[in-house]
Design a protein around this ligand. Structure first.
Ligand code: TXA
Ligand code: MG
Length: 317
């Protein structure tokens, strides 16, 4: 099998993708954060095939993608804070982890047997059109082999998974470039489970200070592997210049950078470029990628989180 890449803005592509999903197939789906590998969330066999295609440890639960709060509220129970967050930031790069409804049709496998469910309404016209046409939730982890760099272009999906999936919808380059921020709840207290494409301060304007998940509790985001998002090359962070045998990935005004995440020091632009830059430097054959310091504020928190995982010793996986 070699996945075909079809233009996502063509209704015929959406119809073809829907047919495949109904048969339990896998479809590369653009979202505003990264490309997802979509499957019918209610079809356990399709979800199992998805885990197999990604080579993903099955204890890592998946996000169910919905058109909006109406579809989400038919699957999970929203407390007032969760509802307020969904109203403020959906569609967008925010995932909310809420209790499953008793009659929730999402497969147990997709939720890794947890009593909670992760839900997100993506802000991309192709993803919205696909979920609406399908008429139900689609699980979609990032469309890359487990542990690899997340895809932000249709070609990246084809490179990593083209031999294992049926179809990729091309929706251009992802606008946000890092995965969604994942928020869970302990009662009404909102917890930051994964840093991501929606900045902490935007969320805290509604929730007040976000709690940290208790690592020992099942509410903590499971499957947060230390070494994740890893390119083949080694990474050295907070570098001021490239040493012998290294290439420099710059941020802001730095000398000697082979690529630059954002010449103007714009964190949003840097997030959007992050994974594509790591791929390009990896493909250039570099042994080690040195990365300029990134301020740990706004989207810089998510960028630094991904860089630290990419730099972690690989045997941590
Ligand atoms: O931006 C994104 O979120 C992308 C695009 C494709 O939508 N998707 C994505 O999915 O990153 P994935 O499967 O790679 O990440 C899902 C995250 C993981 O950190 C997982 O542990 C957490 O959501 N998660 C899912 N269900 C959960 C649950 N019931 N409780 C706590 N964390 C959960
Ligand atoms: Mg991923």
């Amino acid at each position: 099998m070699t996945a075909s890449i079809l233009p996502g803005d063509d209704p015929a592509s959406i119809a073809a993708a829907c047919r495949l999903l109904r048969e339990g197939g896998l479809v590369g789906m653009p979202t505003e954060t990264v490309y997802g590998l979509a499957a019918d969330a209610t079809n356990g066999t399709a979800v199992a095939a998805l885990y197999a295609a990604k080579g993903r440890p099955t204890f890592n639960p998946l996000i169910s993608h919905v058109t909006g709060l109406d579809m989400a509220a038919s699957l999970g129970r929203f407390n007032p804070v969760a509802r307020e967050l969904a109203l403020a930031f959906w569609p967008g790069p925010l995932t909310l982890v809420v209790p499953r409804r008793a009659d929730c049709p999402v497969s147990e496998l997709a939720g890794a047997g947890l009593e909670t469910l992760a839900l997100r309404a993506p802000d991309h016209p192709v993803a919205q059109a696909l979920i609406a046409a399908f008429g139900g939730p689609l699980v979609a982890p990032s469309a890359n082999p487990s542990g690899g760099v997340s895809p932000t272009q249709a070609e990246h999906v084809a490179d990593g998974l083209g031999a294992k999936i049926d179809l990729i919808l091309d929706g251009g380059s992802c606008r946000v470039g890092v995965e969604s921020t994942v928020i869970g709840f302990d009662g009404d207290q909102a917890l930051l489970l994964r840093k991501g494409g929606l900045a902490r301060r935007d969320i805290e304007a509604i929730t007040g200070p976000l709690g940290r998940p208790d690592a020992a509790s099942p509410k903590a985001s499971p499957g947060m592997l230390k070494s994740h998002y890893a390119p083949r090359a080694a990474l050295r962070l907070n570098a001021t210049s490239a040493r012998e045998g290294e290439v420099l990935l710059g941020f802001g005004k730095v000398n000697g950078a082979k690529l630059n995440l954002s010449l103007t020091g714009d964190l949003q632009e840097a997030a959007a470029h992050l994974f594509a830059c790591l791929r390009e430097l990896d493909a250039s054959g570099a042994q080690c990628i040195a990365v300029s310091p990134i301020p740990d504020e706004g989207l810089g928190e998510a960028i630094n989180d991904r860089l630290q995982r990419a730099a972690a010793p690989r045997d941590a996986e």
